[in-house]
Design a protein around this ligand. Sequence first.
Ligand code: UDP
Length: 461
Amino acid sequence: MTSHITPLVHIARLFALHGLKVTIIAPQHNALLFQSSVDRDRLFLGSNITVRTIQFPSEEVGLPVGIENFIASPSMEIVGKVHYGFILLQKIMEQLIREINPNCIVSDMFFPWTVDLAEELQIPRFSFQPATSIHQCAWVFIREFKPYKNVASDSEKFLIPGLPLDIKMKVSEIEDFLKEETEYTKTVDDVLQAEVRSHGIIHNTCSELEPGVAQLYEKARGVKGWHIGPLALFINKYEAEISSKQISNWYGDCFNWLENQQPNSVLFVCFGSMIRFSDDQLKEMAVGLKAANCPTIWVFREQDNRNGFKELIGEKMFIIQGWAPQLLILKHRAIGGFLTHCGWNSILESLAVGVPLITWPLFSDNFYTDKLLETLGLAIGIGADVWNPGFILSCPPLSGEKIELAVKRLMNNSEESRKIRENAKLMAKKLKSATEEGGSSHSQLIGLIEEIKRCAFKKSS
Ligand code: UDP
């Protein structure tokens, strides 16, 4: 998933920029997503960072060459095959890691086996957690205390116990494996067990966004956490101007269109790397966005080119079919709002540049993030309240009227929208300070690098 790959690569690049020697292991086609940034860091910034590619077992799992992640996965069948491919790769990755003989392993949370290998090699393993600390607390506290059992109906809300913030959820908004045993239960258990055997957890979040939650999780689980988000803000500082110029050239039409719009007037609509809407939902969305009558950039996937909903699209819309340069679009002064499914990377990218949100949570951890943003006064909720078990959505479509209403509420100049906009600008300032010298995330990043150096020294002495 890009939502795991991108921040993990940010961590690797940051470590290397701070003097650590880093090796990234990835299948060939996934490596193409970040190879050029890594090469640039090595060439222009002197980073000691390399990518070791491995061959994805495409033939064995029955996938065309090149499909190694969920962006390219239009169906659950393909997702299953990608997942199986990574299971087959475990032995090869273990072998490669033994050969590299590292002083520490930073592993995505969904590779719990790396904790066994780290123990065998007697080196620390850090688990990377790409979502909010609230989500992590929810996984543990909701399963333990079962607060959803105390509500009489699906529309009644319960409080997630133990949190320093009031996060209230409906039963329909939480993951099914929290309420009953599902196929995913074992995966979650493995992740959580590997976590407590790890040296620590690296989080792409910070106390400015989730005051007190990280400390709570540390205490509840007895495992140290380093909160070094938003990672993209650190990386932005190092990114050469040239890369944004290149991308602006590739998406010239989009940026020319943006240049002709008023500041803060454009709504950006993009639902991450995986979500697949039904035809009915795409039609409702086209109707709702058109009726809201606000300049809009709407990103949808290549696969969403079905059943004539495009005829419904309004004149004030700029369409990107395929992959959008989201980071650069969000940075543009014309962008005044972001309609999002609440993928944590998208939220961090938006808040880093002070863009307020319309939240349409759909799957995974989306609903916890939605509630957090509501509590912080950074978003207008669209009114979705059904969690989907996968990114191919099974919930009933949301009406065009609801979409229209939410867009109008954020994009008009009401007292409510002005307040949210102000809060978003203030959060951007706080996040910037957090990643500058002396800021919370900056200090934790330096602390983490020192910790890794200490462990390496212990190993060599
Ligand atoms: N993204 C992008 N262009 C797109 C769609 C997504 O650059 O057209 C990036 C986006 O900037 C973010 C990531 O893909 O970094 C999506 O991650 P997120 O956590 O928001 O959602 P997910 O894909 O996990 O649902």
